[in-house]
Design a protein around this ligand. Sequence first.
Ligand SMILES: *Cc1c(COP(=O)(O)O)cnc(C)c1O
Length: 497
Amino acid sequence: MNCKDPFPGIKGLIFDEPLIFNRSESGRNGCSVPDDDLVDFTYSIPDTFLLRDDIPGMPEVCELDMVRHYTRLSQWNYSVDLGMYPLGSCTMKYNPKVNEEIASLDGFAQLHPHTPIHLSQGALQVMYDLARYLTEISGLSAVTLQPSAGAQGELAGMLIIKSFHVNNGDSQRVNVLIPDSAHGTNPASCVLAGLKAVEIKSGPDGRLDPEAIVPYLNESLAGIMMTNPNTLGIFETHADKVADMIHGAGGLVYMDGANLNALMGIVKPADLGVDVQHINLHKTFSTPHGGGGPGSGPVAVSEKLKPFLPIPIIEFDGERYMYQWDRPLSIGRLHGFMGNFAVMLRAYAYIRALGPDGIRSVSEAAILNANYIKEKLRPYYNLPYNDICKHECVLNDEYQAKNSITTMDIAKRLMDYGFHPPTVYFPLIVHGAIMIEPTESESRRNLDQFINAMIRIAQEAEENPDLLKSAPHLPKLTRLDETLAARKLILRWTPDA
Ligand SMILES: *Cc1c(COP(=O)(O)O)cnc(C)c1O
């Protein structure tokens, strides 16, 4: 390839030209045919509500230029529809298109959030049933669908734990034990809820050592926040013992279940002693995510924590679905309406399409895929915790360090091979971590292509390290100043005018 473009088949285009900003010509336009003949009623906004008459400096282009503009932008981007996206912990699985169609059915997509209850029974039923499926999967008693991200679910869970203790007259219970392998949102949510994060060191096998929590089993203990499998992809084999110890000391067990891809249909978190957990629908139950949204982080709780769930909850009397507001112990409201409904629809469709056996086989395939990658790559990359993994595996750059090649170089070079890089430098307890999660959606053939690219890169690190140091070579943009890119986001185009 002699052009800076990773996508074969479109070589020869003038890559920067199709952008509409420099194609504008006064008087050019395109048009769309209105959806229906109610256009006059639905789309005429009274003049008094208009913020301005005109937006100066907008490009004037015809339909063809517009189509090429967006097509081009989509080609400069990478997505799970284009190739594998092995981001550990973030779980980017393929999203069946039928789920998108269901989420965009008019009856759901056009439903106004203020539609009266008797006209939105279908939507309420979807939420009620989805909550039931999640109680079945978690083994817990009740679910709120309100939180619109995993982190908001964590906050809800922490507020529930806090309210439980305060309601018992135990407001001194503020310490939440959090293993050092935890996702960064865990301590943040804990502190936001007015509790205290206490870091617990993982044992030499990457697991939580029950001995490590003994000093904290006292009157100040609010609970523990565990991720299982933890962020090394390793199952916390002492989870039930730890839960017994926490319960014995009057604490509660929170499970970060952002990613349920290894447990679904195999283990119910409640059977491991979990009292409350969040579940990221946008990771485990399809829904494309990334770039900040959309998400949904339902929270499941045990019977004794039910009174503290956010209001309203949805109830069914055998005939009608309705909101239940009268809940004096509730932590309150977390969302303007009921949460991110379109994400719930996709999760509902995903669960209904798979059924109980399908849900279990998702977990089995995710675990098999991760172990396959781990075993194939271990001759080439260091495996800091040598164990059977669950849905993800963690390698690092120790073997490549002698050639001054880092995890970042490996990740950048993968882009030249057409793959989105895995999660890097997380979990923090592994130096130079490369965290790979293939998910259930990738075939053996796709996994082999990824493995081969990783092996080629390990060889290049020996033979031609400079190739990696200067990678990526093929994408439109090569090495970015990541600090600048994160701090000075340019989120929209503004006309010069
Ligand atoms: C993604 C993730 C979270 C946070 O979820 P968001 O929806 O991004 O807020 C928390 N914990 C773990 C382990 C995660 O992977």
